[in-house]
Write a protein that binds this ligand. Structure first.
Ligand code: ADP
Length: 800
């Protein structure tokens, strides 16, 4: 497209000529020339001028060839805007240079318009501004960096408590940081450019630094020193300072920079440290002593801690127990069907549950105030109930009260027992009274009935003239009725102790009574005794029968007894006994001589062999023997009753005694088969003669109450440390109704079969009395119609 710059001949030539001139101008002024299609898609021509790659032919790849990819958007945006506005395109952007390296261009293009004002093409120039741009960028970066550094320095210098400053060679401040400015109490503008004196330094101080600056300029060596001078606010301070030369490129001092640090406090510490060294030593010693103490208390602490741990453990267990107990209590409350209530001592708030309402005859859904509840208590108890409650709340008293209530709706009478106690709030500001209410109507009525019955019984006892007493086992408290006092010869107002009462019992019976009561306490046996009492005031002898037993009440054993007077009956008996004793005694003498005569006659008649007379005399002898034994029985009885029987204890072998009895019976017994089982030797401490009587008596009864020809077994054996004798027969036996009574005095079983058997019912009574006085045991077992076994046991003695 190059045209000659010759003068044109036609219009076309003129245009062509001007175009050429323009181009020449452009070439002369611009780096790059280019033309673009109206829409900038096709680059028609590019004259790169060694900066950009030339495009001789139209190309659509121009963007990728020439424009730096990172600036493509920027370029496109500027193109779009220029097309839209039909105005000059103008943009600085990066390009890809001929050698492919990035460069910068300033590009401008004008739109060429047709008659209709439509863009025909764009014509542009672009200059290489790479160098300028690079310089600008380097400058920008260095500015940023220096700004940064400045900020860093400023941050440091303005935030440090140290004073920082720079002097020029004429001792003028060219820099002072904010700490220094504030120390001076000056601003930058009033302080910078001024000398030391002008900034308030004292002359000696200003001179000193000026001399130092001179020295630094000369030696190029830093100087360090310490100085003390007044601070605007803090007063006199001590400073440590360093002055350093600032050297230029030629190594000459161009300024002097300095930093000064306030070391007043450090100085004080140092001084304090120096003077306090001794104190420190003392303190150290003290510390050592204290440490020892600490070690000791540490030990104590350790043991205390261990104890605490234990206590804690216990507490934990206790807490658990409390929780368990609380749970159990809640269960118990619901199981026992208690009503529960709560009263706030200050607000008087009254909280109840459904059960409590029910107990007062209210429906569960109804509210119940304490006044309403109180109103249901019967009039007789109402005031008592409220005052008891008030007292419990205000005087910290426990509350346990029983009262009758008439139900509000159901009008039912209920006896309620209300139990409560005070719980003080931990802060102590109020107390709550909590408790339960239970229905004890049944128990209450039952108790009332019992009381009534007891009252009746007491009246009956009084009416019957019975004395009553009871003895508390633990403390031996002795409570007696008026009647009892009378029996013991006391006045109603006299105090009667247990020991005093015992003392009034006739000496012959006293010990037995005491033993018997003790046995009631220790063995639970029943007390039943007849004994005479000598009246305390009147000295009168009264016979009484005392019965009683131990009862268990409220965790204590009580001996409850009844006494009634039997003096009349007893005197009768005594008279009778005396009479029997006397008669028996009187009868015994003629009987003994009668027996002697009969035996003499028998001896004589046996020589003459007169069978009839012999037979008759033998029968008479048998009867006399029987009668003698009966009379002996009566005599024994009367002796026993009058207390004249004596137990003469001696150690002997029971086996030998049984053997003797065996020989005696074998000689006289004809009709029965006596089987003496092998006997083991057993020593006892007893009255040999009386035990012999007992064995004799039991065997005689066995013979008497069993048919002729039947067998009787006698055994003597040891068991459980006791020597036992048993006599077993195959006779008539005893009905179970009669069995417990056969050891009673004068008791005889009634019945047809007894008709022909003589006796007075004193044999077994005597046996049991004798065995009892040996502290032994006598018993009988029987099956009616089949036979009986009687036996007794005595304690064995071992050491011979
Ligand atoms: P007695 O024999 O004089 O009547 P006891 O005191 O010896 O008096 O006996 C009391 C009663 O016990 C007797 O009347 C008799 O009924 C009964 N008894 C005693 N021993 C026997 C026995 N071995 N078999 C049956 N009954 C007996």
């Amino acid at each position: 497209m190059t045209k000659s710059l010759d003068v044109p001949e036609s219009n076309t030539d003129v245009i062509a000529a001007s175009e050429v001139r323009l181009r020449a101008l452009l070439i002369a002024t611009s780096d790059v020339i280019y033309s673009m299609s109206a829409d900038w898609r096709v680059m028609r021509e590019l004259d790169g001028r060694g900066f950009l790659k030339d495009a001789k032919e139209p190309t659509i790849d121009w963007k990728s060839n020439n424009v730096h990819p990172e600036d493509l958007d920027k370029v496109n945006t500027a193109i779009d805007e220029a097309i839209k506005e039909k105005k000059i395109f103008q943009l600085e952007h990066r390009v890809l240079r001929v050698d492919g390296t990035p460069g910068w261009t300033f590009s401008r293009a004008v739109p060429i318009l047709d008659d209709q004002d439509q863009i025909i093409e764009w014509f542009g120039t672009a200059s290489d501004i790479t160098e300028r741009k690079n310089t600008e960028e380097a400058l920008r970066i260095s500015r940023v960096l220096s700004d940064q550094q400045k900020r860093v320095y400023e941050t440091i210098t303005s935030n440090t408590p140290d004073l920082m400053y720079v002097f020029d060679l004429n001792y003028r401040f060219t820099y002072a940081n904010s700490a220094l400015l504030s120390m001076w109490g000056k601003t930058w503008d009033t302080a910078i450019g001024k000398k030391l004196l002008e900034n308030g330094y004292e002359p000696w101080h200003a001179e000193m630094h000026e001399r130092e600056i001179d020295q630094i300029i000369k030696t190029k060596q830093p100087i360090r020193g310490e100085v003390s001078f007044p601070h605007a606010i803090l007063g006199r301070r001590v400073y440590d300072y360093i002055l350093t030369p600032v050297l230029n490129e030629q190594g000459e001092v161009e300024a002097v920079a300095g930093t000064t640090r306030d070391i007043t406090e450090r100085k004080q510490w140092e001084e304090a440290l120096a003077t306090g060294a001794e104190e420190l030593q003392a303190i150290n010693e003290e510390m050592a002593a204290t440490n020892e103490e600490l070690a000791a208390s540490n030990e104590v602490l350790t043991t205390t801690n261990e104890k605490l741990a234990l206590v804690n453990q216990e507490l934990l267990i206790a807490k658990q127990k409390v929780e368990e107990a609380q749970a159990a209590f809640r269960l118990a409350v619901s199981a026992a069907n208690f009503g529960t209530w709560f009263i706030h001592s200050v607000t008087r708030e009254f909280i109840t549950d459904a059960r409590l309402k029910e107990l007062f005859g209210y429906y569960p859904e109804e509210p119940l105030s304490i006044e309403q509840a109180t109103a249901q208590i019967t009039e007789e108890y109402r005031d008592y109930a409220s005052s008891t409650l008030e007292n419990a709340i205000y005087n910290n008293g426990d509350y346990d009260i029983t009262y009758p209530v008439i139900g509000f709706h159901d009008h039912k009478l209920r006896w309620l027992r209300a139990i409560g106690n005070l719980k003080v709030d931990p802060s102590g500001t109020f107390s709550a009274f909590t408790g339960v209410v239970m229905d004890i109507t049944e128990q209450h009525l039952a108790a009332a009935e019992i009381k009534h019955a007891e009252e009746n019984l007491r009246m009956a006892i009084d009416a019957a003239g019975l004395g009553t007493y009871y003895i508390n086992a633990a403390e031996r408290i002795f409570v007696v009725s008026a009647k009892l006092k009378e029996f013991f010869g006391y006045f109603p107002e006299d105090e009667v102790t247990y020991d005093a009462a015992i003392n009034q019992i006739h000496p012959d019976y006293r010990q037995e009574v005491v033993n018997s009561i003790e046995s009631a306490f220790t063995k639970g046996t029943r007390f039943d005794m007849e004994y005479p009492i000598i009246g305390y005031h009147d000295g009168k002898t009264r016979w009484v029968r005392g019965i009683g037993e131990v009862q268990h009440r409220e965790g204590t054993n009580y001996f409850t007894g009844l006494i009634h007077e039997i003096t009349e009956k007893k005197l009768d008996e005594i008279r009778k006994n005396d009479f029997i004793g006397m008669v028996s005694h009187e009868l015994k003498t003629p009987l003994t001589s009668m027996k002697g005569y009969i035996q003499l006659l028998l001896v004589k008649l046996k020589k003459q062999e007169d069978d009839f007379f012999i037979g008759a005399l033998e029968k008479a002898n048998g009867q006399v023997t029987k009668m003698t034994s009966m009379i002996n029985g009566f005599l024994n009885l009367s002796r026993l009753e009058s207390g004249k029987i004596h137990i003469d204890l001696k150690k002997f072998d029971l086996a030998l005694l049984v053997k003797e009895v065996e020989l005696e019976f074998l000689a006289t017994t004809l009709g029965h088969q006596l089987l003496f089982e092998p006997i083991e030797s057993s020593f006892v401490n007893a009255d040999r003669e009386k035990i012999g009587q007992v064995i004799h008596n039991l065997i005689s009864n066995a013979i008497k109450y069993s048919p002729s020809g039947s067998s009787i077994s006698i055994a003597c054996y040891s068991a459980n440390g006791l020597a036992n004798i048993s006599i077993k027969d195959h006779g008539m036996g005893i009905k179970s109704d009669d069995l417990p009574k056969i050891f009673d005095r004068y008791y005889r079983v009634e019945g047809n079969h007894m008709f022909s058997i003589s006796g007075f019912g004193i044999g077994l009574y005597l046996c049991s009395e004798i065995i009892n006085r040996h502290e032994g045991k006598i018993w009988a077992e029987s099956e009616f119609g089949k036979g009986s076994t009687f036996g007794f046991s005595l304690a064995k003695v071992y050491n011979q």
